[in-house]
Design a protein around this ligand. Structure first.
Ligand code: ADP
Length: 324
């Protein structure tokens, strides 16, 4: 009987901890006598045949590194059925029996199409700083991104306090509220503006003035970026023109994606990578490694192909209450 051969790729946005998952997949596969191939640059690299055999040393000294050694991409070609026919032909020609996809809900939709259209065995590992995939409480990279943003906001608070200023700090997450809410609570922000909130400028101004009246020296408003980064400038403009309130804008941007993964991301990614290989060995696909009730376990791929915004509105209220 031929040796089982698995491939893995990263797709969509990168996230700190992806390397820990790659390491866990490769080491678990080799420990169990499987052959393992890394595909560079996601589905685009798959279509170009960017295949790299992985050995024990291929994943040495990467557990602490942000980003992904396999690199990642977005592939319009793979969105089309013809692209996926080509992808499956390439995978089968390489003798690959199963594919592990590390990415977000978009990447999982691509994996699902491979299964639905070609019954190609796939297992997903959720990797995105946005923590916005249905079916899992956690996605690799979230905690590290939150920690990075908290550190940045703490620094901004120092200067805001020294100059008695108001800052609008915009954090990543597109339509996801997860980063903004956690950062807001953890930095003592005066308010958190969620991606689809209609901005209540009057309330922002009232809250700031109430704080100043009791001697507050600074105010931080955390702004979730929403579909298009930079919405803070629009809010700043209205505050200035309509309410004569000067606010400074800090957009944290891509620094939130990079950096060495925190313990939680390393720990969960290691477990997920390990479980993904075991799952393939048991021929239990199409599945996704997820966190449920705080434990790493499996869900169906079907359950993990939607965007989920755990819009914990209570955390917005919590931030406001605690910073009164
Ligand atoms: P993420 O995985 O982080 O959500 P994207 O949504 O950009 O990132 O998806 C990454 C890639 O997955 C896309 O560039 C595309 O190649 C593939 N993909 C996304 N959605 C689909 C889909 N519905 N069908 C097939 N492939 C998809």
């Amino acid at each position: 009987m031929s040796i089982m051969h698995i491939a893995l790729l990263c797709s969509g946005g990168d996230a700190p901890g992806m390397n820990c998952a790659i390491r866990a997949v490769v080491r678990t596969a080799l420990f169990n006598g499987l052959q393992v191939t890394g595909i560079k640059r996601g589905y685009a690299g798959l279509l170009k045949g960017e295949f790299h055999p992985m050995n024990l040393s291929s994943v040495g000294n990467i557990i602490q590194r942000g980003g992904t050694i396999l690199q990642t991409s977005r592939s319009p070609e793979f969105m089309k059925p013809e692209g996926r026919i080509k992808a499956v032909e390439i995978l089968r020609a390489q003798g690959i029996n199963a594919l592990i996809v590390i990415g977000g809900d978009g990447s999982f939709n691509g994996a699902k199409a491979l299964w639905d259209e070609h019954q190609f065995p796939v297992v997903g590992i959720p990797g995105t700083i946005d923590n916005d995939i249905s079916g899992t409480e956690y996605t690799i990279g979230f905690e590290t991104a939150v920690e990075t943003a908290i550190e940045a906001v703490d620094r901004i608070r120092d200067t805001a306090h020294s100059h008695a200023r108001t800052f609008l700090v915009e954090v990543m997450g597109r339509n996801s509220s997860a980063i903004a809410l956690k950062v807001g609570v953890c930095t003592g922000a005066e308010n958190v503006l969620l991606p689809h909130d209609k901005v209540n400028h009057q309330k922002i101004v009232d809250d700031i003035q109430r704080g100043m009246a009791r001697g507050k020296e600074s105010s931080i408003i955390i702004v979730a970026e929403g579909p298009v980064a930079g919405r803070s400038y629009e809010i700043q403009k209205v505050l200035k023109e309509k309410y004569k309130l000067d606010a400074h804008v800090a957009i944290l941007g891509h620094i939130q994606r990079g950096g060495s993964p925190m313990a939680d991301d390393r720990f969960i990614a290691s477990q997920m990578g390990h479980l993904a290989v075991q799952t393939i060995m048991e021929k239990n696909y199409p599945t996704v490694t997820v966190v449920k009730n705080g434990k790493v376990t499996l869900a169906t791929l079907e359950d993990c192909t939607q965007k989920a915004d755990y819009n914990f509105i209570e955390f917005q209220k919590l931030a406001q209450t605690l910073s009164i």
